[in-house]
Design a protein around this ligand. Structure first.
Ligand code: F6P
Length: 364
C-alpha cells in the first residue's frame, strides 16, 4: 500500500512519536509511507516527502512534527479543490493526527461516495495538549504539558517564598482546564482556576489573605487561559480574523467558534493586579505559553504514541477506515472518527482531581 501521513492543527509533543511508529511498522510490513507537509496546506499544494525508517530514526523523543503543521488552512468552500488535490497524491489510505478542527475539515470526504468521488480512506489519531477532545479519555501531549506546568510551579514556589511574593502562572488549554488542573495538582499549587469553575474573586482574596496570615511566605496560583471570575468575561489576547461567521456549525478548522475565535491570554496579569490591589501582596506573572508544547514528550506520552502509531498502521493494513485510534478505560482501542468531532470535553464538576484538590486545601 501507499499510505499518506499528515499532522494537522497546533503541534503537540508526541506527534513525532506517531510519525516514527507509523513509518517503522508500515515499512516493516512492506508498505510505502508518503508524508504530507504542513497539514492541509501540503494537500492543496501537493507538497509531500517520502518517509523511510531512516528518516524518522529516534524522532519519537523530540517535540514538534517532522512534517510541519498548520492551524490556519481549512477545507470549507474549497472542498472540490481539496478532494482533487488529494486524489492526485494517489494514496491507498491516509493517517491523520489532528484535533477536532482537522477531523471536521475532513468529515465531508470520509464516510460515503459524494459528488466528488469515493471516500478518502482515513484513519484518525486524536491530538491536542489541551486533552479536551471528545471520544478519547486522553490525548498525547497532555502529560508533557502538565509536566511543564508542574515543574514551573515547583521552581516558582521557591522564588516566591524567597521574596515573599505571590506568583500567578498562566496555563494553556483554551476552553478546558485540564492542563491547569493536572499541572497544578501535580505540583500542589495553592490555587487552581479553570474555565469550568468560574471563581469568586472575594473568596479567592480571602483565601490568599488567610494564607498570608498564617505565615505563608510565598503563594502560587495556576490559572487556565480560559478561566474567568464569576460575572467576568475571558481575557482575550487578540481577536483572530476568521473571516465571515459560518452558519450551521463549526468552521471546518474549528477556529470560528465562540471563544475559540479568539486567542486567549492575559488572565494571569488581570488576576495578579486584582490580588495585589486587594491584599497588598507583591505579585508577579508567568505565562508558560508555547513552552507547554515545546518539551520532549514524557514517557507516558511516548507509551501512548507508540501504541497509537502501531495501531493506526495496523488499521490501515486491515482497511479499518473512518475510524480513529482512541484511549478508553485504560486501553488503546478503535472508535468512529465522528466520536472525536463536537464540543470540547471539559472537566466535570465532580471530577476526582477536583475533589482531591479540595481535600488538600487547594483553592479550586
Ligand atoms: O489547542 C492547543 C493550544 O496550545 C491551546 O492551548 C492554545 O490556546 C492554542 O493552541 C494556541 O494556539 P497558537 O499556536 O495558534 O498560538
Amino acid at each position: 500500500m501507499r499510505v499518506g501521513l499528515l499532522t494537522g492543527g497546533g503541534d503537540a509533543p508526541g506527534l513525532n512519536g506517531i510519525i516514527e511508529s507509523v513509518v517503522r511498522s508500515l515499512a516493516l510490513a512492506g508498505h510505502e509511507v508518503v508524508g504530507i507537509c504542513d497539514g492541509f496546506e501540503g494537500v492543496f499544494e501537493g507538497r509531500v516527502r517520502s518517509l523511510t525508517p531512516n528518516d524518522v530514526h529516534l524522532i519519537h523523543a523530540t517535540a514538534g512534527t517532522l512534517l510541519g503543521t498548520s492551524n490556519r488552512v481549512g477545507t470549507r468552500g474549497r472542498e472540490a479543490e481539496f478532494y482533487a488535490a488529494y486524489r492526485r497524491l494517489v494514496l491507498d489510505g491516509l493517517i491523520v493526527a489532528g484535533g477536532d478542527g482537522t477531523f471536521a475539515g475532513l468529515s465531508p470526504f470520509v464516510t460515503e461516495t459524494t459528488e466528488w468521488g469515493p471516500p478518502i480512506q482515513l484513519v484518525g489519531v486524536p491530538k491536542t495538549i489541551d486533552n479536551d477532545l471528545r471520544g478519547t479519555d486522553l490525548t498525547f501531549g497532555y502529560d508533557t504539558a502538565c509536566s511543564v506546568v508542574a515543574e514551573a510551579v515547583d521552581g516558582l514556589r521557591l522564588t516566591a517564598e524567597a521574596h515573599r511574593r505571590l506568583i500567578v502562572v498562566e496555563a494553556m488549554g483554551r476552553t478546558a482546564g485540564w492542563i491547569a488542573l493536572g499541572g497544578g495538582l501535580a505540583s500542589h499549587a495553592d490555587a487552581i482556576l479553570i474555565p469550568e469553575r468560574p471563581y469568586s474573586l472575594d473568596a479567592l482574596t480571602r483565601f490568599v489573605e488567610g494564607r498570608r496570615q498564617v505565615g505563608q511566605r510565598g503563594l502560587v496560583v495556576v490559572v487556565a487561559e480560559g478561566a474567568a471570575a464569576q460575572s467576568e468575561s475571558v481575557a482575550v489576547a487578540r481577536q483572530v480574523d476568521t473571516g465571515p461567521a459560518v452558519a450551521g456549525g463549526p468552521d471546518p478548522f474549528g477556529v470560528n467558534r465562540g471563544p475559540e475565535a479568539q486567542r486567549l491570554g492575559g488572565i494571569a496579569a488581570r488576576l495578579a493586579g486584582r490580588l495585589e490591589e486587594a491584599t497588598g501582596w507583591e505579585s508577579r506573572v508567568v505565562v508558560l505559553g508555547h513552552l507547554q508544547r515545546a518539551r520532549a514528550p514524557t514517557t507516558t506520552d511516548r507509551f501512548l504514541t507508540t501504541a497509537m502509531g502501531v495501531e493506526a498502521a495496523r488499521m490501515v493494513v486491515e482497511s479499518a477506515f473512518s475510524q480513529a485510534v482512541v484511549y478508553r478505560s485504560g486501553s488503546v482501542t478503535r472508535a468512529p472518527i465522528s466520536d472525536l468531532i463536537g464540543e470540547p470535553r471539559r472537566v466535570g464538576p465532580d471530577h476526582p482531581w477536583i475533589r482531591a484538590a479540595e481535600a488538600l486545601g487547594i483553592f479550586v
